[in-house]
Design a protein around this ligand. Structure first.
Ligand code: DGL
Length: 276
């Protein structure tokens, strides 16, 4: 069991920031990544649609024989994590929990900002998760949707004048609230860390949910006795539902290395296969 891969999914390329962090933290682990590039973005879709997509994504990976599921999409985490937990009998971690817990831990003045897609912000899932993780600590949370950040990242505009302009427009109100912690609540946003950091100023700690998730993945695997102890045998497989060449180009840029295995697949109806 412990030598099986970890299954990671996202609506597109954003979850690669999580995959990268997992590979840095757990170099012996094999991974299978699914990017649902045919249906990205999830962040503008309805809750019912996002939940259905998430179940299909997870079913595909479970049928591939993974030992653990990582929901590397904040939008899918916000909408579907309870349903996924109920439906799949393997350890599951979604990016939302680790990000929220880290924000609750690092804030000093209790004023926390969250930026994410429209669907994630509207769900209120981050606010609830941060409040839960804060316990008795008093926190005030300021949430803001930043819909233009995803297409800017996908177009490779990670550090350009236009991105800085958009960042200023989105983030100035959060700066005015004197937050000391900002959760990057979308898997694309760590790729804009430099611009977001410079826009917010050095007094604000950025919480990268990818790094927090990699750390918690190690704990979950250890808890279940699933850490791979066999060094040197790790592999990575990548699947997309459309536009493999575009994914390939962006993925190599994010990961900084060639992709070993990339295949386009159809996953429609995978939830029916799983539940029948
Ligand atoms: N990966 C998504 C997230 O983390 C952002 C892209 C999308 O809207 O699908 O929320």
């Amino acid at each position: 069991m412990s030598t099986l891969p970890i299954g990671i999914f996202d609506s597109g390329v954003g979850g690669l920031t999580v995959l990268r962090a997992v590979r840095d933290r757990l170099p012996h682990e094999s991974v299978i990544y699914l990017g649902d590039t045919a249906r990205v973005p999830y962040g503008t879709k309805s809750p019912a649609t996002i939940e259905r997509y998430a179940v299909e994504d997870a079913s595909f990976l479970v049928e591939k024989g993974v030992k653990m599921l990582l929901v590397a999409c904040n939008t899918a985490s916000a909408m579907a994590r309870e349903r996924l937990r109920a439906e799949f009998q393997i350890p599951l971690l979604s990016v939302l929990g680790p990000g929220a817990r880290m924000a609750a831990r690092v804030t000093r003045n209790g004023r926390i900002g969250v930026i994410a897609t429209e669907a994630t912000i509207e769900s209120g899932a981050y606010v609830r998760a941060i409040e839960d993780a804060s316990g008795d600590k008093q926190v005030e949370i300021f949430a803001r949707a930043c819909p233009l950040f995803v297409p800017l990242v996908e177009e490779g505009e990670t550090d350009s004048a236009i991105t800085r302009l958009v960042a200023e427009q989105y983030l100035a109100p959060l700066r005015a609230q004197e937050i000391d912690t900002l959760v990057l609540g979308c898997t694309h946003y760590p790729l804009l860390k430099r611009v977001i950091g410079e826009t917010m100023g050095s007094a604000v700690t950025l919480v990268d949910s990818a790094e927090a998730t990699a750390e918690e993945t190690a704990h979950v695997l250890a808890q279940h006795g699933l850490l791979n102890q066999v060094p040197g045998a790790s592999s990575s497989e990548f699947y997309v539902t459309d536009a493999a060449r575009r994914f390939h180009r962006i993925a190599e840029k994010i990961l900084g290395e060639p992709l070993p295995h990339l295949e386009a697949v159809e996953i429609w109806g995978h939830d029916r296969l799983h539940t029948s």
